[in-house]
Design a protein around this ligand. Structure first.
Ligand code: PLP
Length: 350
């Protein structure tokens, strides 16, 4: 069957798979929505497509123009791919400490790359401000603005959420997601709550992100750092505002090592680092709530994109992480007693 006339038509309609090992271990079914199946290899293809299609519909984009975006990489890959489908050019502005796997993919898709030093958001040389300034100074450029442009969350409200709802036959107890821009958790959780208020939405937040503390105490404060890329926010952005969140859990990078090795060994699933955090969040929810749940989360991108960090022993040692996974029963026992690492919240945003 021919399913599209251009590459961007292949975005979405991804498969859902059970993680057998962790489902057996926890007594709850844990499902993964396989977003690595998107043609650009990540969940961010969905945002890229919606951002560009909505901009065309509003008359902001015309063929021949250049899309400009500040990105940790995956949005840049998605936008490069969708830009080609629509006769556009793409310039990605990226901090220079991200995985080289992603820079290579942007170039392979014909995107131009500008790398900048990683600096705090308040510095005008941050990749976000650099991209905005570049686009604002040129009439043939359009700034995608994935943080504040709510076409991003709309992609997940219109497509990701409904696809999951249908694949799960309307039976979901718990939905777990990380947040980078909040587009995924914003759009999908809004859709789920409209279907069934009882669906328990969990945010999984890494060290180095301020969202957990924001939901707990109203202030963006972060501790430590994380190898996950494009995950966590230190400010309130419009896409995140759409999220409806019931629980948040803060988990360390060491657990991503343990869980990624466990599902690789037992299930043949090679998780990217944000996906490993999603799975850690799902196991935490299962451990806290007890057996019998149907839990859904995402494999956000290809594990290959984390080869130089999550799967690289010398990188892990340099970050003072052990390449040796913790015994899984020990991790599960710890997750039953997360204490202040898990909070109840009634964040309803907009
Ligand atoms: C691999 C991966 N997972 C998850 C996310 C976060 O998704 P969202 O921006 O929709 O919150 C990102 C964002 O860059 C990502 O690259």
């Amino acid at each position: 069957m021919i399913t599209g006339q251009r590459m961007s038509d292949l975005i979405g309609q991804t498969d859902m798979v059970l993680i057998p090992s962790l489902s057996r271990l926890t007594g709850s079914e844990i499902f993964l929505k396989c977003e690595f199946q998107n043609p650009g290899g990540s969940i961010k293809d969905r945002a890229a497509k919606q951002l560009i299609e909505d901009a065309f519909a509003r008359g902001e984009l015309e063929p021949g123009m250049t899309v400009v975006e500040g990105t940790a990489g995956n949005t840049g890959i998605g936008l490069s791919l969708v830009a080609k489908s629509y006769g556009l050019k793409m310039l990605a502005v990226m901090p220079n400490d991200q995985a080289p796997e992603k820079e290579r993919m942007i170039a392979l898709h014909g995107g131009e790359l500008m790398t900048v030093d990683p600096v705090p958001f308040k510095n005008e040389n941050h990749f976000y401000h650099t991209a905005r300034r570049y686009a604002e100074q040129r009439s043939d450029c359009w700034w995608a603005n994935q943080f504040e442009n709510t076409s991003n969350a709309r992609a997940h409200y219109l497509h990701t959420g409904p696809e999951i709802w249908q694949q799960m036959g309307g039976k979901i107890d718990t939905f777990v997601s990380v947040a980078g821009t909040g587009g995924t958790i914003g759009g999908a959780s809004k859709y789920f709550k409209e279907q069934d208020q009882a669906i328990d939405v969990w945010l999984a937040d890494p060290d180095g992100s301020g969202i957990f503390e924001f939901l707990k105490a109203g202030e963006y404060v972060s501790h430590g750092s994380s190898m996950t890329e494009g995950i966590g926010i230190m400010r309130l952005v419009d896409n995140f505002k759409q999220a409806k969140i019931d629980h948040a859990v803060n988990l360390p990078d060491q657990d991503l090592v343990t869980l990624s090795r466990y599902v690789r060994e037992h299930d043949g699933i090679v998780l990217g680092s944000s996906s490993a955090l999603n799975v850690a969040g799902a196991v935490a929810a299962a451990a806290q709530k007890g057996p019998g749940q149907r839990i859904v989360t995402f494999a956000c991108d290809l594990g290959e994109r984390s080869a130089s960090k999550l799967y690289n022993e010398s990188y892990l040692k340099g970050k003072e992480l052990s390449p040796e996974p913790e015994p899984i029963d020990q991790l599960l026992e710890r997750y039953r007693q997360l204490g202040e690492k898990v909070i109840k919240t009634s964040w309803r945003g907009d």
